[in-house]
Design a protein around this ligand. Structure first.
Ligand code: PLP
Length: 352
């Protein structure tokens, strides 16, 4: 199915005013355009790319009150011949619709999602940084814009894609605070959806963790504060006795696209990877008996974040200094994204 997307270009791009390749901080600068589509009377209409601008919003827009708002995060890079590349965009399309379903929002046609991302990224090609480890961060999102006060699913929504150039995240190792008071998600809740409210719930606990000298919260299960779930905006992997484990998708964890790619990559390199419940007690024990070898967080924004310590008032788990497999995973994923390493998995989609 082909979709017609109207394109209204800016008269003059702002890209020359931005230092794209000087460690630009993700989320601080935005590209010239945005993709917008409206949901009205039960269908998505008026797909268009237009100059990035403020969006008039009624003060009763339901997203502002009841939180019907979901988003995605993905990155575009430049291939060897300068073609913009998207990383597994169909997975983001599927996850957006999974989130939409949980939040009582309409699904967005997956082929239109990918087509919009392709056309939008092709138009914003000059904004893709080329500094090693950098990319153009793409932020698709959907929210309820119907003005109404009362608790029910909205009937009008906007789906928008905007983009922000993102410099490399410097690979300083991170310290995680194993949170035992606050929870991010419970089974049956919205943890599996990429819902704006999940992030709102995490803001204060993350501030507290930072004030205690940690970088991010390590979320534990809401009943017993024992099973490890995920980290800030990342899923987590441990290497124990030569094999990898990552928490299984229990229903309250975000199914990360980096997570599924890292599982495939590690298995392809001959490592055993098991998705299963992992308790903080187990991680303390394998740390004490010397079999805990590596730990890292994985997510689109950061890539691979090596972990140096997990702790809280009762616990300090130090990770070994060397993390050769984590480095290999990071370098391989980055290499595939810029076609320095062959994409044998078929993950890349050309945006042209
Ligand atoms: C809560 C949470 N977990 C995990 C991830 C990693 O997901 P992905 O690899 O798709 O970016 C993210 C980022 O989107 C996230 O926000």
């Amino acid at each position: 199915m082909t979709h017609s997307i109207k394109i209204n270009k800016v008269a003059q791009s702002r890209v020359s005013q931005v230092e794209l390749n000087n460690n630009i901080v993700m989320g601080t600068q935005f590209t010239d355009h945005m993709f917008v589509c409206d949901y009205q009377n039960g269908e998505w209409t008026n797909a268009r790319i237009e100059p990035l601008a403020l969006i008039p919003t009624h003060p009763a827009a339901m997203a502002l009150h009841y939180g019907q708002a979901i988003f995605e995060g993905m990155k575009a890079t430049l291939g060897k011949d300068g073609t913009p590349l998207l990383f597994r965009p169909y997975e983001n399309a599927k996850r957006l619709n999974h989130s939409a379903d949980r939040m009582g929002m309409p699904s967005f046609p997956e082929d239109l999602f990918v087509e919009a991302l392709k056309q939008f990224t092709a138009l914003e090609k000059d904004w893709i940084p080329t500094q090693p480890g950098s990319a153009l961060y793409l932020r698709p999102f959907m929210y309820a814009d119907e003005p109404f006060i009362g608790m029910r699913a909205a009937t009008s929504f906007k789906f928008i894609v905007m983009a922000s150039p993102a410099g490399p995240f410097f690979s300083r190792k991170i310290k995680l605070y194993a949170e035992k008071k606050y929870v991010r998600a419970v089974n049956g809740g919205t943890g599996e959806a990429k819902a704006a409210g999940n992030y709102a719930a995490a803001i204060r606990p993350t501030e507290y963790a930072k004030a205690k000298g940690y970088d991010q919260v390590l979320w534990l299960d809401a009943q017993n504060f024992e099973e490890i779930q995920e980290v800030g905006t990342m899923n987590i992997f441990f290497k124990i006795g030569g094999k990898f484990v990552t928490p299984d998708l229990s229903g309250s964890i975000l199914a990360g696209i980096t997570r599924m790619s890292v599982i495939d990559l590690l298995r392809d390199k001959g490592y055993e990877v098991t998705e299963r419940p992992i308790t903080i007690t187990e991680i303390r024990e394998v740390s004490e008996d010397g079999t805990l070898e590596e730990a890292f967080g994985v997510g689109t924004a950061v890539g691979i974040a090596m972990i140096e310590e997990i702790g809280n008032a009762d616990l300090t788990i130090k990770l070994p200094e060397d993390n050769p497999v984590s480095v290999m995973v990071n370098d391989t994923l980055n290499g595939i994204k810029i076609q320095e390493i062959e994409d044998t998995f078929g993950w890349l989609v050309e945006a042209k």
